[in-house]
Design a protein around this ligand. Sequence first.
Ligand code: C2E
Ligand code: MG
Ligand code: MG
Ligand code: MG
Length: 293
Amino acid sequence: KHAGKNGVKRYHASVDAALEEHKRLERDLRGALGRGELHLCYQPMFHLGSGQLLKAEALLRWRHPTRGWISPAEFVPLAEANGFILTLGEWVLQAAMAQARAWQGGQWPVRLSINVSPLQFAQPNFKETVLAALRDAQFAPQLLELELTESIVMRNPEIVRRNLQELRNEGITVAIDDFGTGYSSLSYLRDFDINTIKIDRSFVRDLSTPRHAPQYALALVEAIVKLAGSLDVELVAEGIESREQFELVRSLGCDVGQGYFFARPLSASEFARLLGREPRQPVTFERVREVLS
Ligand code: C2E
Ligand code: MG
Ligand code: MG
Ligand code: MG
């Protein structure tokens, strides 16, 4: 009984500490933007058939002054919970497009993928926010892709749908991220006009190192390939870490690949090095691996 009481006390103490830590991180994040602690990395995606560079995904990075690098998997949900993702997301749109515009210099059309929280999509003025960022950066809407996940329960699906439709009318493309892991991936396909499906990396990992019956992993990826083919959407495999996985997803019929096997997320200057000096010279993943090694 005595020990139990102590246990409860300890439990309360650790919950309090965790809450305190959570609040501190939240406060820090709000100031991080102004202090220049946030920046973007860019991870290339390649056409699996030709090996050619197709586009880059912008990924947030936070260097905390005392805690060091904090993963977006940790701080993005925090920002979604308190609404700060709206400010952060607008900054990401502006910063990523300005960067991609600087790379292309009017010559090399770097397509850009940007992660967008469902909370951003649910804002009635989201379309205006995106269009303003496009205008400021003088970035072509046809080169912009927005990645949508289901990280929180989607509010206002009607507004999301309208925003998506209007953005599609502007020439912007839309991808479903982490496909197969959420609760409503299939209903997204039904309800929204989607251009790209990104297969979650857990499916790619299971192809070469199955946690369950190996035939399941294969059957699932085959089914997604078939689905994408029938819907005429582009299929991207995330998280390709080995040549074996690369060859597997390519042979199964995935169009595009992303992962450490090709390149990790790169700093803006590293990415610029990949593009080379010669405009329109094809940039293949073989060349990228060479440049980065
Ligand atoms: P995501 O959009 O699915 O991004 C892909 C994640 O997989 C990235 O993690 C990337 O670094 C990682 N990755 C890429 N290739 C490999 C691989 O071969 N193996 C493994 N194990 N991982 C790989 P990251 O950068 O930590 O981002 C985590 C998540 O945070 C993203 O997942 C995205 O949901 C969210 N996120 C990142 N930046 C933003 C942003 O600007 N806005 C919003 N709303 N969310 C963001
Ligand atoms: Mg993504
Ligand atoms: Mg993903
Ligand atoms: Mg993810």
